[in-house]
Design a protein around this ligand. Structure first.
Ligand code: DQA
Length: 143
């Protein structure tokens, strides 16, 4: 099974960026652990700070992988295009937020993505990615 992890803007700065909110670990470090945890899964990882690149990545993943873990970061709250891209693909998508977006500023409570995804994990730190992968595997096994 191939699972695509797609990360939005500023997530390339994990480890350095607001560590009190997002933690000390870089995504590269976490990604290595995730790959080791699921040796039977083929992972792809794409990060972009550019909205259209994320849309293209979702379209490509939607045609080539069996599950997607998506953290659209700030575009969650603004991007109709990313919400539309998720709605346009048949592959299950899990939305992940490292922080609890509902415990932060009001603008973070709006998501253009949540209504289009299979489910959302928010506030469980980096572990949210692992939990999303576990659910995608369970779902695939139940099919
Ligand atoms: C985030 C939450 C967003 O509100 C924020 O803009 C991010 C990261 C998270 O993972 O907690 O960049 O998606």
């Amino acid at each position: 099974m191939t699972i695509a992890i797609i990360n939005g803007p500023n997530l390339n700065l994990l480890g350095k960026r607001e560590p009190g909110i997002y933690g000390q670990q870089t995504f590269a470090e976490y990604y290595e652990q995730l790959c080791q945890l699921f040796p039977d899964v083929t992972f792809t990882h794409f990060q972009s700070n550019v909205e259209g690149e994320l849309v293209t990545s979702l379209q490509q993943a939607g045609a080539s992988v069996q599950g997607i873990v998506l953290n659209p970061a700030a575009y969650t709250h603004t991007s109709v295009a990313i919400g539309d891209a998720v709605a346009a693909i048949a592959v299950p998508v899990v939305e992940v937020h490292i922080s609890n977006v509902h415990a932060r500023e009001d603008f973070r409570k709006i998501s253009h993505v949540s209504a289009k995804v299979a489910g959302t994990i928010s506030g469980l730190g980096m572990a949210g990615y692992e939990l999303a992968v576990r659910w995608l595997l369970q779902r695939a096994a139940a099919l």
